[in-house]
Design a protein around this ligand. Structure first.
Ligand code: E4P
Length: 217
């Protein structure tokens, strides 16, 4: 399973990258706004900076919702760097645009996916990635992880090449469950990635080893 970091924060991207396990980055308009990025030039420059920091796929989201607008915006984003993946919302014009991008050699990430039906449409249109939002499904009282299991089964049976990119990750347990369910990629906040490191028995064991090491010094 590939690890992406789900942020537009450069310090967090750097920290995850230095861990040596980072395969890419996903952003969205909310994450960009959180970093105070304002204006089209600043947005484009921010994506460029991320591309120069991380050698992996970088998802950059369009904000247009009509076919022509999505295509125009997506072409500009894709021109920033070869690793840019154009993130397109799961709407009717979005599906049409994903098909167009696929036919024109531009890779896509279909975002805001909450059902198997939506994921099938994205895969049929040729999306490179489809992003089911686990945490937001959980928030509604349903089990977001069921969607990952269901998509893995459908995509394998149907031979879809689209990668399942589990998004809206809220904790380390989500990550291990995604790996178990067969997600191709998990995009996570830095806290959830670092949370994987933690186990109380590791801390207790290390303290004891270091204490005993003093006896051998
Ligand atoms: C990533 O591609 C998604 O935009 C992101 O994971 C959404 O996460 P959230 O539900 O925590 O906002």
């Amino acid at each position: 399973m590939k690890f992406f970091i789900d942020t537009a924060n450069l310090a967090q991207i750097k920290e995850a990258n230095e861990l040596g396990i980072l395969d890419g980055v996903t952003t969205n308009p909310s994450l960009m706004a959180k970093e105070g990025i304002k204006g089209q030039d600043a947005v484009m420059q921010h994506y460029k900076t991320i591309c120069e920091m991380v050698d992996g796929d970088i998802s950059a989201e369009v904000i247009s919702t009509d076919f022509d607008g999505i295509i125009e915006e997506g072409k500009k984003l894709a021109a920033i760097h070869k690793n840019i993946v154009v993130k397109v919302p799961m709407i009717k014009d979005g599906v049409k645009a994903i098909k167009w991008f696929t036919e024109n050699g531009i890779r896509t990430n279909c975002t805001l996916v909450f059902s198997a039906g939506q994921a099938i449409l994205a895969a049929k249109a040729g999306a490179t990635y489809v992003s089911p939002f686990i945490g937001r499904v959980d928030d509604t009282g349903w089990d977001g992880m069921d969607l990952i299991y269901q998509l893995r089964q459908i995509f394998d049976i149907q031979g879809f090449k689209t990668e399942i990119l589990a998004a809206s990750i809220r904790n380390p347990n989500h990550i291990t469950k995604c790996a178990e369910a067969g997600a191709d990629v998990c995009t996570c906040p830095l806290d959830s990635i670092l949370g994987l490191l933690k186990h109380p028995l590791t801390d207790i064991g290390l303290a004891k080893f270091l204490e005993d090491a003093k006896k051998t010094a």
